[in-house]
Structures are given as structure tokens and as C-alpha cells.
Design a protein around this ligand. Structure first.
Ligand code: PLP
Length: 418
């Protein structure tokens, strides 16, 4: 496919954090009279000018509906939208565009799999395995499915460090296991789960593996073929693209055999009052006018990330996380929640018995944006008896100076409670 040229005013050719920061306009504002220190990337990431400009260009120059028109604008919009799909396919190394389904995000992607694949293949007595560290988006759809089907949801335990108890996982696998649904990286702990092993072990029992990749794709190279994963879900807004759009990757053979998710325009081949036949992949799962600008914007975000290099991003962030971990550990009374040996981009912490909400509020007055609370992992918090945590989550535009500001902020928080 011919990928339309995207104007790239600020694509970084090599990693230079100040140059990269210059591409993100929102990083340069002030909050409460202080320069913004944005450390809430696990919730959503800031957008580079390239993505903002691409959205602007679509709405100001190309706006038209896709797939249905013979006129020039419609063809341009379709080329841009499908060109973005091709970029995303290459980004995750899917073998075909048929395997790249646009959704509203990770949550919808998981719900799609639960509602179609899950409904078709699950029966009473079957089991779904998830882990203690899952986001609500990777718990509730499976709970709903189990309730409907009389199946059982089983929870893989984790260690104190926040790692999968691997032997327990192995002992839970059986012929009854139909689905293993697991996050690639925990949004609360930063744990990188051993997907290679987990997928291979689940497959030995014939289970299908659904991965919540929301926190992985912005930080590391993901190769769905190398992983041999069955379904992989992620959100554009966490990877520097627009909100309201994301991806479900699925193996073509699985997607082919699944019933459609929603009915309507675009997902059909022919419609009569007697019978409807469905469109080919990927359109079978994309009913209605899609988030066209979102898809195109996500394509631009992928282009931006590739221009830096996923390996470079991962290496830079590893160094930043090590620095942040060391700095936070040096503050008396600070406890890091989540100390897995394989970890990425997340520093969840508590300061003595100060409520995380107070921590977050005081840090905000200093211009430092962290997230506080249960981070949509309420069962994990309950498991450890925690009220929540304060969470600093990093992206490649963060710096050691941001960490230093956080450390100074934490010291300031402490003074309020002395
Ligand atoms: N899974 C994980 C691990 C997440 O961190 C999030 C968002 O915070 C989600 C799923 C849900 O993503 P979205 O709200 O974009 O659908």
C-alpha cells in the first residue's frame, strides 16, 4: 500500500531529549505558577506537534467519510486511514492488515474478544485465568462472560515484589483453561510479565491468550508474531496519539472464525431483510463510521515513535527508571510499591502513612502531575491492603530533572506532616 506522505516538522532523527521535548507543546505550560512536570504518562501521554498537525490537516484539508466514496476527498481520507493501519501493522509486525482492527481503545478491544470469541467458545465449567495485577478493563469483561456462561474466573497470585507466581500459574493451567488474559506491563506496578513463557505454556493446554498491551506498546518493541500471541490490545492515547482509538490485533484464523461484534454500516457485504452477509477482515469488526482522524493520528504517532526508535526509547527509560528508583529509595519513609526485577516506566510509592491523595494534591500545587488512587486495579490494592498509591509514570520525554523535581516535591510533602 502507498502510505501518504506525512509532514514531519519535528521528527527526531536521534535521541535528544531536549529536542524531543520541544515537539510536545503541552510540556511547556505552567501549573500553579510552576513549570509542568508531567509524570502521569500511564494515564495518558502528551501529543507531539506532528500528531496535532496531522489531526488538523485531516479536518482542515481531507475531511470526508472513508470506504464509501468515489470522490477525491473520500479517496484521500481512505488512503490516509488505511495507510495508518499499514503503519500500525508494521509497528507490531502483524502478518496482515486483516489482523489490525480499529477499536475505541484497549477496553473496547478486550470487550470485543470477550463478546465474540468468548461467547462462542466458552461453556459452563470452563476457566479463564487472569492475574492479581490486572486493570479493571482486563477483569470486568471476563467476569461478565463467566457469569453469562457459568464459567470460572481464576486469579493467578503474585509475589510481594509484584511478579507472577509462576509455579502457581503452571498449576492452574489445565484442559479447562480456555482463555488466559494477562497484562504485558502492569499500570500500577510496572512489572513486565514473562509473556513468552506464559503464552507457550498456555498454548500447551490449548488456551487462547489475550494480552492487555496498553502499558507496553508506548515503551518497548512489541512483535506479535514473535510472541505468538492470539490477541493483543492497546490504546492510542497512551502512545502519543489521539484519544478514542486503539487496536485489537488478532490472529487472522481466529478473527475469521469469530462472529461480528456490532452490526451496521461498513461491517456488511450484502444486506437484505432476509439475510445479511458480512464484510471481510478487518472491516467485519468495524461497524459504523470510524474515528477516521483518530486512526490517521495514531499512524502519525507510530511514525513519530519509530523515528526515535523503540529500542532507544526502552533504553533511555530504563536508565530513567533506575535513577528514579534510586532517588526515591534515598528518601526516608518512602516505600516503592512494585519491585519486580523486570520493570518499566512506573514508580508507585507511598510516603509513610500519608494518604496518596494528599501527596498528589500537594505535588500538583508544585506543578508535578502524578496519579493517585487505585489506578483501576482495586483488587490489587485490596490484596495488599493499600488505600492506593501515588504513581509517577515516565515517558521518553521525561528527564532526570523531572525526577529531581519529584524528589524535592516529596520532601516538601513530608514537611506538611512533620
Ligand atoms: N489496561 C491497562 C494496563 C491500562 O493501564 C489501561 C488504562 O489505564 C487500560 C487497560 C484501559 O485503557 P483505555 O482506557 O484506553 O481503554
Amino acid at each position: 500500500m502507498n502510505i501518504p506522505d506525512i509532514q514531519s516538522p519535528s521528527v527526531a532523527s536521534s535521541f535528544d531529549v531536549q529536542r524531543i521535548r520541544a515537539s510536545f507543546p503541552n510540556l511547556h505550560r505552567e501549573v500553579h505558577g510552576n513549570p509542568l512536570v508531567y509524570l502521569d504518562n500511564a494515564a495518558t501521554a502528551q501529543k507531539p506537534q506532528l500528531v496535532i498537525d496531522r489531526l488538523n490537516r485531516y479536518y482542515s484539508r481531507e475531511n470526508s467519510n472513508v470506504h464509501r466514496g468515489v470522490h477525491t476527498l473520500s479517496q484521500e481520507a481512505t488512503d490516509a486511514y488505511e495507510g495508518a493501519r499499514e503503519r500500525i501493522r508494521a509497528f507490531i509486525n502483524a502478518s496482515s492488515n486483516h489482523e489490525v482492527i480499529y477499536t475505541r481503545g484497549t477496553t473496547e478491544a478486550i470487550n470485543l474478544v470477550a463478546s465474540t470469541f468468548g461467547r462462542k467458545h466458552l461453556s459452563a465449567g470452563d476457566e479463564i485465568l487472569i492475574s492479581t495485577m490486572e486493570h479493571h478493563s482486563n477483569i470486568v469483561p471476563w467476569q461478565m462472560l463467566c457469569e453469562e456462561k457459568g464459567a470460572t474466573l481464576r486469579v493467578i497470585p503474585i509475589s510481594k515484589a509484584g511478579e507472577i507466581e509462576y509455579d502457581a500459574f503452571l498449576s492452574m493451567l489445565s484442559e479447562r483453561t480456555k482463555i488466559v488474559a494477562i497484562c504485558h506491563i502492569s499500570n500500577t506496578l510496572g512489572t513486565i510479565n514473562p509473556l513468552d513463557r506464559m503464552i507457550a505454556d498456555a498454548h500447551r493446554y490449548g488456551a487462547t491468550v489475550v494480552v492487555d498491551g496498553a502499558q507496553a506498546v508506548p515503551h518497548m518493541r512489541v512483535d506479535v508474531q514473535a510472541l505468538d500471541v492470539d490477541f493483543y490490545c492497546f490504546s492510542s492515547h497512551k502512545m502519543f496519539g489521539p484519544t478514542g482509538i486503539g487496536i485489537l490485533y488478532g490472529k487472522e484464523s481466529l478473527l475469521e472464525a469469530m462472529p461480528p461484534y456490532q452490526g451496521g454500516g461498513d461491517m456488511i457485504d450484502t444486506v437484505s431483510f432476509e439475510k445479511t452477509t458480512y464484510n471481510t477482515l478487518p472491516h467485519k469488526f468495524e461497524a459504523g463510521t470510524p474515528h477516521i482522524a483518530g486512526g490517521i493520528g495514531l499512524g502519525a504517532a507510530v511514525e513519530y515513535m519509530e523515528s526515535i526508535g523503540l529500542e532507544t526509547i526502552a533504553e533511555y527509560e530504563r536508565d530513567l527508571l533506575a535513577y528514579g528508583t534510586e532517588q526515591l529509595r534515598s528518601i526516608e519513609g518512602v516505600r516503592i510499591i512494585g519491585t519486580a526485577s523486570q520493570k518499566a516506566s512506573v514508580l508507585s510509592f507511598l510516603i509513610g502513612d500519608i494518604h496518596p491523595y494528599d501527596t498528589g494534591t500537594i505535588l500538583d500545587r508544585l506543578g508535578i502531575a502524578v496519579r493517585t488512587g487505585h489506578h483501576c486495579t482495586q483488587p490489587l490494592m485490596d490484596h495488599w491492603g493499600l488505600p492506593g498509591t501515588a504513581r509517577a509514570s515516565l515517558a521518553f520525554y521525561n528527564t532526570r530533572e523531572d525526577i529531581d523535581a519529584l524528589v524535592a516535591g516529596i520532601r516538601k510533602v513530608k514537611t506538611f506532616f512533620e
